[in-house]
Write a protein that binds this ligand. Sequence first.
Ligand SMILES: Nc1nc2c(ncn2[C@@H]2O[C@H](COP(=O)(O)OP(=O)(O)OP(=O)(O)O)[C@@H](O)[C@H]2O)c(=O)[nH]1
Length: 358
Amino acid sequence: MNYYSPDDSHLKRRSQRFVRRMFIMRQLGTMLCFFPILSVLMERDRGLAFSALLFVNAFLWPWLAYQRALRAEDSTATERHNLTLDAAFGGIWVALMALSPLPSFVIMAVLASDRYAAGGAAQLIAAMQAFLCAFVLVWLVDGAGVDLAFSTRTVWLSLPLATCYMLVLSVTSYNLTWQLRKRNRELERIALMDPGLGIPNRRLFERRLESEFLSTRRGDSAGYLLLIDLDYFKSVNDTWGHEAGDFLLAEISSLLRNHVGLQDIPARFGGDELGVIVHHASDESVVALAQRLQEKIAQVRLPASAEFRCSVSIGIASAAHAESIRHWLRHADEALYEVKRAGRNGVRLWQPSLAGAA
Ligand SMILES: Nc1nc2c(ncn2[C@@H]2O[C@H](COP(=O)(O)OP(=O)(O)OP(=O)(O)O)[C@@H](O)[C@H]2O)c(=O)[nH]1
């Protein structure tokens, strides 16, 4: 089962948003088309019946299409069908205008860009087919007239359609892109943060590790890596339960967030192991920072036990001594191993003499 696929209610909400957006665009489009088409129909003396039909298409059809899509089992598919019907109606009006060039081309441009924005190439092709079928049919039945003259009034009445509609379409498309970008950023944040601890996860940590390593290599900073491992954490779980273990990890993470420098990055390295990338430090200052963290962590208490004392082992390595990120990580691990080996609850800075310790 794919746990990440959207559920039915989510899909329904998304469909309804699409239908509402299309309703607004359709209302605006048909209203702006109404005036230039009416102008041409009047110039060609098409009679009241066509004007009435145009009125229905411009002002009633958007409501009918909206209700039809909203009530449908599959709103998105019905709305796509509505979009194709719009194109067919467009073809009918272009035929009845005897291809009057200005309104016809503006209507075709609006239909094409709108269909493409709503449903990509598939929607555009379906719309073009519907447009051409309706156009050819009505045009032939209507006597295949071609009237290339148009009045100044028709020109003026076509301008709002050519300008306003395109502007609204661009704004709508931009807003959608912006929302998508915002959602992507949120998804990326979720993918790179540890949900329980509110600090970066190992994936983000490794990315930052790389940029810190390169920055140290360039001489822009002096990066250090702290690997922090909780001592006897298994016994915390065994004695006070997994929830107490989670609580402890969360307390220590929030403590790291609050006590490392603004440019330093705390993260969950995995399991009960945490890490901090220190952006710029010296051997003395980084050891002092690790000891301060150790003291703070020792003050953390479990709600279930006042006697409980927490201790951590911290291995430190400088990026300057490493040839690669892998080496840097290994050095920190070797330093941590040394602390564990020496009885835990300590801080150790990697030195070349420790190479191969772990
Ligand atoms: N509560 C809780 N426990 C976790 C989590 N992740 C890992 N653990 C537990 O952390 C324990 C780590 O155990 P070990 O690697 O043996 O380490 P330790 O008991 O701390 O022993 P030393 O590191 O040698 O001092 C395991 O029992 C894991 O189940 C977590 O997110 N929450």
